[in-house]
Design a protein around this ligand. Structure first.
Ligand SMILES: NC(=O)c1ccc[n+]([C@@H]2O[C@H](COP(=O)([O-])OP(=O)(O)OC[C@H]3O[C@@H](n4cnc5c(N)ncnc54)[C@H](OP(=O)(O)O)[C@@H]3O)[C@@H](O)[C@H]2O)c1
Length: 233
């Protein structure tokens, strides 16, 4: 029984958009957000059904609450936005690191803070991290740090927001996502060679795992790797 909106922050593209599309197809009220209100509204129109688009920059957290002011009761909140930051400690870009750390840690938390009065006791929150948490690569210093912090954020939110449920999903590289679909064939082959299922995970599989984490009332405090067994390698 649906009793609230599905809000997908970072829902204008990629994995967030796929999750939003799935709930819109079920006839749910959906809100998708991105940085630019016009792009978010256009995306909402493409998704169709009862979908609205809102624009705000998670890296400017003071402006978030007012942008979410007219969102009604929320059943599922998905935090999927990302600005990719290639950063190493030897060649450190402070501005880029500040944006990503603010976006994922302060921005995500401020969205939850702003929506909390509208998150009922049966609601659930899903935070996107990523496998860079466990498997760093050159340039992943900020990405690895913030995705590691997502793990801890889940734990404190479970305690602070009980009985609401909070989980995180940590995908490996999702082969058909916009970010990776055009990767060079040799890189694709190298990634497949390190993935026990013999292929990269798909957006559809991430959507299915997202729905499991949001909808199963017993699942709480989980940091789920969706990686085809990558972590076993
Ligand atoms: N794709 C993968 O293979 C993969 C692997 C591991 C982890 N992940 C994680 O999964 C999540 C989704 O990744 P994705 O690849 O699907 O992302 P994506 O295609 O790059 O889409 C990013 C989304 O975030 C929004 N966004 C970017 N910067 C923002 C900001 N400053 N404020 C508000 N919204 C902002 C974008 O909206 P606008 O462009 O409209 O502003 C867009 O909707 C991320 O958390 C990522 O770390 C993805």
């Amino acid at each position: 029984m649906a009793n609230g909106t599905v809000v997908v922050v970072g829902g204008t593209q990629g994995l967030g958009r796929e999750v939003a599309q799935a709930y819109a197809a079920d006839g749910r009220d959906v809100v998708v957000t991105g940085r630019d209100p016009s792009r978010a509204e256009a995306c909402a129109a493409e998704i169709g059904g009862s979908t609205r688009g809102l624009g705000f920059d998670l890296a400017e957290p003071h402006s978030i609450a007012e942008r979410l002011a007219d969102v009604g009761d929320v059943e599922y909140l998905v935090l999927a936005a990302i600005e990719r930051d290639s950063n190493s400690v030897r060649d450190y870009d402070i501005a880029a690191a500040l944006r990503l750390a603010t976006l994922k840690l302060v921005g995500y938390t401020e969205v939850i803070h702003a929506l909390l009065p509208r998150l009922g006791e049966d609601s659930a929150i899903l935070i996107f991290g990523g496998l860079a948490r466990d498997r760093p690569y050159p340039g992943s210093t900020t990405v690895t740090s913030v995705n590691g912090a997502v793990t801890s954020l889940v734990r404190t939110l479970v305690i602070e927001l009980a009985p609401r449920r909070v989980n995180a999903l940590h995908p490996a590289i999702v082969g058909d996502s916009p970010q990776w679909v055009d990767m060079p064939p040799e890189r694709h082959a190298a990634l497949v060679a390190r993935t026990p299922i013999g292929r990269l995970v798909t957006m559809a599989e991430v959507v299915e795992a997202s729905r499991f984490l949001l909808e199963n009332g017993a699942i709480n405090g989980l940091n789920l790797a969706v990686d085809g067994g990558w972590l076993c390698m």
